[in-house]
Design a protein around this ligand. Structure first.
Ligand code: SF4
Length: 417
């Protein structure tokens, strides 16, 4: 396969199926993986290593993980020489998260396991399935995807990325025509706003193959066609071309004009924004839609301006300055070795584990579920978290009658998520 990344990558399938023109727009845009994405690459490497070798994640405690922009990654016991690569220490949080995935995979049993299997569905459309398991007795092909991220909760149902992985798993394991059912699993143990429990979705292989022929292939063809149309929507959030997309610019302008009727025609005139308390409910909804569009765009523009300023470009009215230095250990373990002599126990800060970590540790120590529940009982308090999201969100709406919620129970940040 030429190149490290597919032009039509499965992970952005939701975007290019909805906005075919994004492939052409992003063609020359340098894609820079975020720190979160790089941490996810290391966690995937760790998980694959454990599955292949039959280890638990704790085997790699205090090891170092690294990955580079070419897509290579590794785990080793001594701190790698970064040389431009991303390097991170494998901490307890990563070990716990990866172990949850390993436990889920291993509990499935099955007849044959394929780890990190490369596949190709069509020209320019290929990828790697984290894990697939053939269960000949049940006639089910399990397709597993590990998500290390915690900010965006990923659903298994009708997820095109996962459906492509399922197609890839069918072809890579050569079971087309042998299995009636594919079970897609997403394991996202650190997912915020959820209990991190794995999610599954079953789809018949006939239905999956029909989706490939009727939706995926025509969509892939549209995305590669010259002059493909662009369409803005929620999928724009992680688009590499967000900062230069004419659709976003037009949408933002139209949305601003609809939202703030008082936007003056003269672009030089000062814009005054209404106070949030003065917005009637209808307008509040429109402002929230506008912000959903504007916030990721503003972030992309800032990052892009920062890159250009760093390359020496002058941005009228702006300049690059030094900000406050943030100090950190260049080698944490070396620092630990040096500090433990003069500082002894003061070289460390300790904190009590979270309820989830306590549960896990007690379970590992042989406690039953009932014993753990009884023991933790009153020690744990559960806070109600809520957020205002678009109506299209799959979670059921809460009834917010005055008697159901006490505002004192809600954090302002809940409403800002
Ligand atoms: S920002 Fe949105 S509309 Fe523009 S190319 Fe990307 S996905 Fe398409």
């Amino acid at each position: 396969m030429a190149g490290q990344h597919a032009r039509l990558s499965p992970s952005s399938a939701h975007r290019w199926l909805n906005c075919p023109g994004c492939i052409a727009l992003c063609h020359d845009v340098e894609s820079k993986p975020s720190t979160y994405a790089q941490e996810g690459t290391v966690a995937h490497d760790l998980a694959a290593r454990c599955l292949r070798n039959g280890f638990d994640a704790k085997k790699y405690q205090a090891h170092w993980g690294w990955c580079n922009v070419a897509g290579a990654s590794g785990v080793q016991s001594d701190r790698p020489n970064a040389g431009g690569a991303y390097v991170t220490e494998i901490d307890q949080e990563m070990i716990d998260a990866v172990q949850s995935y390993l436990d889920h995979v291993r509990a499935l049993g099955g007849d044959a396991m394929h780890v990190e299997t490369r596949f190709r569905v069509a020209e320019h459309l290929w990828g790697t399935v984290d894990c697939c398991i053939r269960d000949d007795l049940e006639g089910v092909l399990h397709v597993l995807d590990y998500k290390h991220g915690q900010g965006v909760i990923v659903e298994a149902e009708e997820n095109p990325q996962l459906m492509i992985y399922a197609l890839g798993a069918i072809s890579a394991t050569q079971v087309e025509g042998l299995y009636d059912q594919v079970r897609i699993h997403i394991v996202q143990p650190r997912a915020a706003q959820s209990d991190g429990a794995p999610k599954t979705w079953d789809i018949g292989t006939d239905e999956l193959l029909r989706w490939r022929d009727e939706v995926l292939m025509p969509g892939a063809e549209r995305a590669l066609a010259e002059g493909a149309a662009r369409q803005a929507g929620p999928w724009c959030r992680f688009c590499d071309g967000l900062h230069l997309c004419p659709e976003i610019e037009a949408e933002a302008l139209a949305s601003a004009q609809q939202t703030f009727a008082e936007v003056p025609a003269d672009p030089a005139a000062e814009i005054s924004l209404p106070a949030p308390t003065e917005l009637p409910p209808g307008k509040l909804g429109r402002v929230l839609d506008f912000l959903a569009l504007l916030e990721p765009w503003a972030k992309a523009v800032r990052e892009h301006a920062y890159d250009r300023a760093h390359k020496g470009e002058q941005i009228p009215g702006h300049k690059l300055v030094r900000t406050q230095n943030r100090r950190s250990w260049s080698d944490k373990r070396k620092a630990e070795g040096a500090l433990v002599g003069p500082l002894r126990s003061k070289a460390y800060k300790t904190d009590v584990v979270t309820p989830a970590q306590a549960e896990k540790a007690l379970k590992a120590a042989g406690w039953s579920k009932d014993q753990i529940q009884e023991f933790l009982g009153d020690l744990v308090s559960t806070k109600q978290h809520t957020a205002v999201v678009p109506e299209s969100d799959k979670r059921p709406a809460l009834s917010t009658g005055a008697d159901k919620f006490k505002t004192a129970d809600l954090d302002a940040e809940d409403w800002l998520n």
